[in-house]
Design a protein around this ligand. Structure first.
Ligand SMILES: NC(=O)c1ccc[n+]([C@@H]2O[C@H](COP(=O)([O-])OP(=O)(O)OC[C@H]3O[C@@H](n4cnc5c(N)ncnc54)[C@H](OP(=O)(O)O)[C@@H]3O)[C@@H](O)[C@H]2O)c1
Length: 278
């Protein structure tokens, strides 16, 4: 039985992966941001998985203080972490900044993963053989990285540009982690779950919603299917020992050239560490 922490576990693919991993007999720690909703999701996962080993912690990944409190709360309760699933994410139709002064999308989708992973890294290493799963997106192929203007202060913000940048950040973070974890028995892999009918685009502009509803009904896979891509990397023996890979449909795929740029990965690592004050 592995102890698995899943962020963004109160909706979409994180919720379904929690059900699947609990069904496999693992202890699942679900992270949500709203206590009432998270408690309801824990009950839902317990019922659907027939497992009693489902717990929760709370955090707002848009707040660095909240992520730090989450890491402390996790350490206070658990002494191992076999699999860390970084999944909580969203999109923002208008540019805005968090209370830490960082553009919303980059703060939540990239720095949220970066800070939590670094704060819990020693526990993951201690629990080796262990895994870190990074939910990225095929949108990373369209991502650009401007280290001098990560938050589009100089202009150029769009919902998908910011999203692509944050998801490219996820792939580059994987690269940085693989290097730092060499020989430590921890694998790190990223994935695109497919186009999944979840709540991810609830932050999209009003005009896009009817189009998204049609796309959702006609082309997208179910959250259960999307969740399986997390479950595969989190627990399948097939990926035992495999690291540094980007998966689509449970198969490794070459990620974007920028996602394979080691120098960029190091520069982003340094900038991210500075932004989260590590
Ligand atoms: N759906 C797709 O087609 C698709 C494609 C590629 C990649 N992805 C990636 O998959 C991941 C999960 O998305 P999803 O599609 O399952 O979307 P979703 O249904 O909207 O679920 C997102 C999860 O993240 C949580 N979350 C959002 N903002 C948060 C915050 N500030 N603090 C803490 N938790 C927060 C949500 O909490 P609440 O329940 O409280 O809202 C929810 O649990 C994301 O990283 C996304 O980029 C999705």
């Amino acid at each position: 039985m592995k102890t698995i922490l899943v962020t963004g576990a109160t909706s979409g693919i994180g919720l379904e992966a929690s059900v699947q991993l609990a069904t496999q007999g693992h202890r699942v720690v679900m992270v949500g941001r709203d206590e009432q909703k998270t408690r309801a999701c824990v009950e839902d996962v317990k019922r659907r998985s027939s497992s009693g080993s489902v717990e929760f912690l709370l955090a707002d990944f848009s707040s660095q203080a909240s992520v730090r409190a989450l890491a402390d709360a996790y350490r206070a309760k658990f002494d191992r972490l076999d699999v860390l699933v970084n999944n909580a994410g969203s999109v923002f139709k208008d540019r805005g900044v968090t209370k830490d002064g960082i553009e919303n999308t980059f703060a939540l989708n990239h720095l949220g993963y970066f800070l939590l992973t670094n704060l819990l890294l020693d526990l993951v290493v201690k629990s080796a053989p262990s895994r870190i799963v990074i939910v990225s997106s095929a949108n990373h192929y369209r991502g650009t990285m401007d280290l001098d203007d990560l938050g589009y202060e100089k202009g150029g913000y769009s919902i998908m540009a910011a999203y692509g940048r944050s998801k490219l950040g996820n792939v580059l973070m994987m690269r940085g982690l693989v290097k730092r974890l060499e020989g430590k028995g921890v694998t790190v892999n990223a994935l695109h779950p497919g186009g999944v009918a979840t709540n991810i685009y609830s932050g999209a502009p009003g005009w896009a919603k009817p189009i998204l509803a049609v796309v959702k009904a006609l082309f997208l896979i179910s959250p259960e299917e999307g969740g399986q891509t997390i479950t595969y990397l989190a627990s399948s023996p097939e990926v035992e020992g495999k690291t540094g890979l980007y998966f689509e449909k449970n198969r490794p795929k070459t990620c974007a050239p920028l996602g394979r740029d080691d120098a960029l990965a190091e520069k982003l690592w340094a900038k991210s560490a500075e932004l989260v004050k590590l």
